[in-house]
Design a protein around this ligand. Structure first.
Ligand SMILES: Nc1ncnc2c1ncn2[C@@H]1O[C@H](COP(=O)(O)OP(=O)(O)O)[C@@H](O)[C@H]1O
Ligand SMILES: CC(=O)N[C@@H](CCC(=O)OP(=O)(O)O)C(=O)O
Length: 298
């Protein structure tokens, strides 16, 4: 072994040893990882993500993956000649659209993530809110305030839902098994309809119900950015509210930050928004002192 090889090996060993206190901190704790559609698409990065999740399970942590797939749904809709329309960061979803959303999310994307985790030697299982009566949704009643008139109006987003009932039975069972749940954000309503739920909202509700120690959002930006585009390393719940009200947080970041607020209020200890386009973002965030992104605390 050359001197350089030995130095590299020592550095690697040092990094591994550094992980011990973090592993002890999260042992037997639940960590919900939201894997956003924008963070997907690159085979190598996907495999690094799958390996991170496998390593969490092997370290005695209970990882629960909730995934999105907004851009992938958009591409499928485009192929079928259906236009995507968003209001307040949420996809307006008619009957045909919800069928495609379910097909893309609970079908191809869900099974691809399961395949990648299993390729790392683990036992992932693909689910959506329908499985094991895990989640029931209600039609979303989202309101937006018109910035010019300051009048609030209720949006009709069609089959967009909000999770209103969560049953932990299945997830508790899996937590005590070898299985890693990978969940698509689709759920039934008590009215018999299928609802499209924003993946951030869904992940927050799952993290809240499981009283997770950490909720990680993997997205395509380094975290929450201020009005000058600079990363904000830490935010409180009230600062989050202010950023939404001021219009600094827009588009897809709105449901993410709103979810952070709700998750913290439901008892999740900390929420982190990180760039999922960086390899091993999950391990860096949880097991080293090199965590990047925005940490949201009470
Ligand atoms: N203040 C902000 N800081 C960071 N990103 C923001 C902000 N406001 C809006 N965004 C947008 O939110 C996007 C992330 O949300 P989204 O597109 O839904 O990602 P994902 O698919 O990972 O859920 C960013 O790519 C960015 O364009
Ligand atoms: C209601 C609503 O907007 N649902 C989302 C669900 C997928 C999602 O949230 O995916 P990302 O996390 O990749 O954005 C959608 O249809 O795009």
């Amino acid at each position: 072994m050359s001197v350089t090889d030995l130095k590299n090996a020592e550095e690697q060993a040092h990094l591994l040893a550094q992980a011990l206190p973090y592993m002890q901190r999260y042992e037997n704790k639940t960590v919900v990882v939201k894997y956003g559609g924008h963070a997907m698409g690159n085979e190598e990065l996907g495999q690094a993500f799958a390996r991170d999740v496998a390593l969490l399970k092997q370290s005695g942590i209970n990882p629960v993956v909730v995934h999105g797939g907004g851009p992938q749904i958009g591409r499928m809709l485009e192929t079928m000649g259906i236009e995507s329309r968003f209001e307040g960061g949420l996809r307006v979803t008619d009957k045909r659209t919800v069928e495609i959303v379910e097909m893309v999310l609970a079908g191809s994307i869900n099974k691809e993530i399961v395949r990648m985790i299993n390729a790392e030697g683990e036992w992932a299982i693909g689910l959506c809110g329908k499985d094991g009566n895990m989640v029931f949704a209600e039609k979303a009643a989202k309101t937006v305030r018109d910035p010019d008139s300051n009048i609030e109006r209720v949006l009709d987003l069609g089959f967009v839902g909000e999770p209103v009932e969560i049953d932990r039975t299945l997830l508790d069972l899996l937590a005590h098994s070898e299985m890693i749940p990978v969940i698509a954000p689709v759920a039934p309503g008590r009215d018999g309809h299928t609802y499209n739920i924003n993946a951030d909202t869904f992940a927050g509700a799952i993290a809240g119900a499981l009283e997770a120690s950490r909720l990680l959002f993997l997205t395509d930006v380094s975290g929450v950015l201020d009005k000058d585009g600079k990363l904000i390393p830490q935010l409180t719940v009230s600062e989050c509210r202010q950023l939404i009200a001021e219009g600094v947080v827009t588009g897809g970041m709105i449901p993410k930050v709103e979810t952070c607020i709700q998750a913290i209020e439901q008892g999740v200890q900390g929420v982190v928004i990180v760039n999922g386009k960086a390899a091993h973002a999950v391990l860096l965030e949880l097991f080293t002192s090199h965590g990047a992104g925005t940490l949201i605390m009470p």
